[in-house]
Design a protein around this ligand. Structure first.
Ligand SMILES: Nc1ncnc2c1ncn2[C@@H]1O[C@H](COP(=O)(O)OP(=O)(O)OP(=O)(O)O)[C@@H](O)[C@H]1O
Ligand SMILES: [Mg+2]
Length: 232
């Protein structure tokens, strides 16, 4: 397979007619790549979790790039033109939100807070408003941002409801979007403990990449527990 792109956590290969094969690797990074580690099994755990979430979104009428899961660690996806914007949806204030703004850690955000960020490790993914996104040419029209916002809030409802049943609180998550050849705006990339914050609904225990960021230990054990609850 021809390699198209090797990112920090996944490698993209060219697939057949307009598809890509996305391989989830075992590497974990934080701080825009400054901190790195390898955790055996992480790639396949994330691939399995993300496949369940993508299929759940599709079932709920949200279009994604997902075509199929090829165990243990790859997704066949539609090849997209990924927009250089990350959309973050937050239900609980934590992380960079409490570092940058006077929110109290753990406060419930109602309605959820949506942030658009420039996808750039070099600039540390700074938040952008509509004017900056347009001036930088990240999108062509304000309507595209509105559409991403609308879809992201729907994703939040679908995932939050699903996870609540599994005893997991969806604290926040990041989405990437892109256009397919027909000009449809689709959810791309992955949805996993690398890209979401999950807290145990009863104990508040952290079950996501914050365990790695904050050196809390048992990273893979908690990823596995998320997989057990999400994938059954
Ligand atoms: N359907 C798709 N078509 C094309 N590219 C995709 C698709 N889904 C995800 N990608 C891109 O594939 C790459 C996945 O690799 P990875 O997540 O490891 O990247 P990353 O290190 O986070 O870097 P980046 O800053 O580029 O996101 C990302 O650049 C992501 O935007
Ligand atoms: Mg990524």
């Amino acid at each position: 397979m021809k390699e198209i792109y090797r990112g920090k956590a996944k490698t993209l290969y060219e697939g057949e007619d307009g598809t890509c094969v996305m391989v989830f690797r075992d590497e974990l990074t934080a701080g825009d790549g400054a901190k790195r580690a390898e955790k055996a099994g992480k790639g396949s755990i994330n691939a399995e979790i993300s496949a369940v979430f993508m299929q759940l979104l599709e079932k709920n009428g949200i279009k994604t790039h997902f075509i199929s899961f090829e165990p243990p660690d790859r997704h066949v996806v539609k090849r997209l033109r990924i927009l250089p914007v990350e959309v973050i949806v937050r239900n609980i204030a934590t992380g960079s939100l409490v570092r940058r703004y006077p929110f109290k850690e753990g406060t419930r955000l109602e309605p959820p807070v949506v942030e658009f960020c420039l996808k750039s490790d070099e600039y540390h993914d700074p938040m952008v408003n509509e004017d900056i996104a347009l001036a930088l040419g990240l999108v062509d029209t304000p309507e595209e941002l509105q559409e991403m916002r609308r879809i992201s809030l729907k994703v939040n409802r679908v995932l939050s409801d699903f996870l609540r049943e599994k005893g997991i609180l969806l604290v926040d998550f990041k989405l990437e979007f892109g256009y397919d050849d027909e000009g449809n705006l689709l959810v791309g990339d992955e949805i996993s403990p690398d890209t979401c914050r999950f807290w145990d609904a009863d104990t508040g225990e952290v079950m996501d990449k914050d365990r790695f960021r904050r050196d809390m230990g048992s990273v893979i054990e908690y990823y596995r527990e998320v997989k057990r609850r999400v994938c059954g």
